[in-house]
Each structure stands twice: as structure tokens, then as C-alpha cells.
Design a binder for this molecule. Structure first.
Ligand code: SF4
Length: 216
């Protein structure tokens, strides 16, 4: 039986932010456990079930001990655990810059407005595009980022279509990121230049540096 006053945390570690416009900056990652999706390319299946129950105070203590002012809440899917909202508010109150990486399959409506949301829009290649909460695209803020992980040309066309139809380029930063196993990053970059897309090409920097190692 889970303690309702605790968050199931898979790991807390320091690394380089590798999947947003904060790319390249030292960052503390709080990886919560549990995800309700099963993306074809998921590289964090180890976080689907296993974790340690931690109070918000314990998590904050662990984050502050690392002495870095940028913290990202990731998963799994962090918004599946309601206490994540309180955790982010407490971290903002402490003056930290707080990012959340979310699958796009949960509403972001109740996220503290100071938090910088990095919202995945699942592409067909993920196998989970039917789970996108499309209403999230109506409440985007200028400091939010929308990310498409692109597996192939069909995903690229999907990302272009969604970005145009929902005027994403006018609302926030849009990231097009090549899926590490299936999408040639050079080819994706060439498509973006060819089509004059207003998205930012984004590569998973931590994978360039450390491959599939966990905890970095
Ligand atoms: S949303 Fe993220 S953690 Fe969940 S299955 Fe997809 S890639 Fe994995």
C-alpha cells in the first residue's frame, strides 16, 4: 500500500540538461516512478514500477544538497502523482528554476505557472499518439516548450501539421528531436532547413555524452 503523503521516486541525480532550450546546463533530475504509456522507443522503462517513497521535504533536501539551481521533474510520468504539483511549487518558492518533462497524456492545467513545462506531443511512431491531451495545446505559455520526438518522415509531417494547426510557433518554443534509434539526425536537420520550419532542432545531448547509461 502506497503512502499518500509520499512520492514514489525512481532516482535523483545531477547531469547535463539534454532535451530542451536549457540543453547543456547542469541540472538536477528528480525522476518519479510510474508511467501509463508504453512508447516504442522508451528508454526509461526501468522507472515504470521501481522507486522509493519520499516525502516532499526529503526530496527537497536531496535536491538542495546537490547545489545546482536548475531542477527538472521527469519520469515516468510525473503528473500521475498529485503531490508532484506541491513539490514543484515548493521548489519554485525556494527560488529554483523548475522544469517538468511530461508525456502530454496528462492535463497540465494545474501546474504552478512559474514552472517551465516541456510538453511532449506523442507522434504516431511512439505508438501512443492517441493518448495526447490536445486541450493542453490551448493553454501553452510563452515559457513552455513543446517537443516532438520524430521517428520517421510520417512523424515529421505529423509534427509540422500539429504545429501549424495549433499555431504552436506563435505560442512557445517548439522542439523537433530525432528519435535516437530510428531517425537520422542529419536528415531531420536538413528537412527543417529545407522547409524553413520555425522549430528548434534538438538532439538528446545526454545520450551523445553517456549513451544509454542511467543516472547521468
Ligand atoms: S511517456 Fe516517457 S516514460 Fe512513459 S513510456 Fe513514453 S517515453 Fe517512456
Amino acid at each position: 500500500m502506497r503512502d499518500p503523503n509520499k512520492i514514489l521516486v525512481h532516482e535523483i541525480f545531477a547531469s547535463i540538461q539534454g532535451e530542451s532550450s536549457f540543453n547543456g546546463m547542469p541540472c538536477i533530475f528528480v525522476r518519479t516512478a510510474v508511467c501509463h504509456l508504453r512508447c516504442t522507443y522508451c528508454d526509461t522503462a526501468h522507472a515504470f514500477h521501481d522507486g522509493t517513497e519520499m516525502s516532499i521535504d526529503e526530496i527537497i533536501e536531496a535536491v538542495l544538497a546537490k547545489g545546482i539551481g536548475l531542477v527538472e521533474i521527469t519520469g515516468g510520468e510525473p503528473l500521475l502523482q498529485p503531490l508532484t504539483q506541491q513539490l514543484m511549487t515548493r521548489l519554485c518558492d525556494l527560488g529554483l528554476t523548475v522544469l517538468i518533462e511530461t508525456s502530454g497524456a496528462v492535463s497540465i492545467r494545474d501546474v504552478d505557472p512559474r514552472v517551465r513545462v516541456i510538453l511532449d506531443v506523442k507522434t504516431p511512431g511512439s505508438g501512443e499518439s492517441h493518448r495526447n491531451v490536445i486541450s493542453n495545446l490551448d493553454i501553452l505559455q510563452p515559457h513552455y516548450e513543446v517537443k516532438f520526438v520524430i521517428c520517421d518522415e510520417a512523424d515529421y509531417e505529423f509534427a509540422k501539421k500539429v504545429s501549424t494547426e495549433h499555431r504552436l510557433y506563435e505560442k512557445c518554443t517548439v522542439l523537433f528531436s530525432p528519435e535516437a534509434q530510428s531517425m537520422n539526425p542529419t536528415l531531420l536537420a536538413e528537412w527543417i532547413v529545407r522547409d524553413k520550419i520555425k522549430a528548434r532542432f534538438q538532439i538528446q545531448l545526454h545520450k551523445v555524452l553517456w549513451g544509454d547509461r542511467t543516472g547521468v
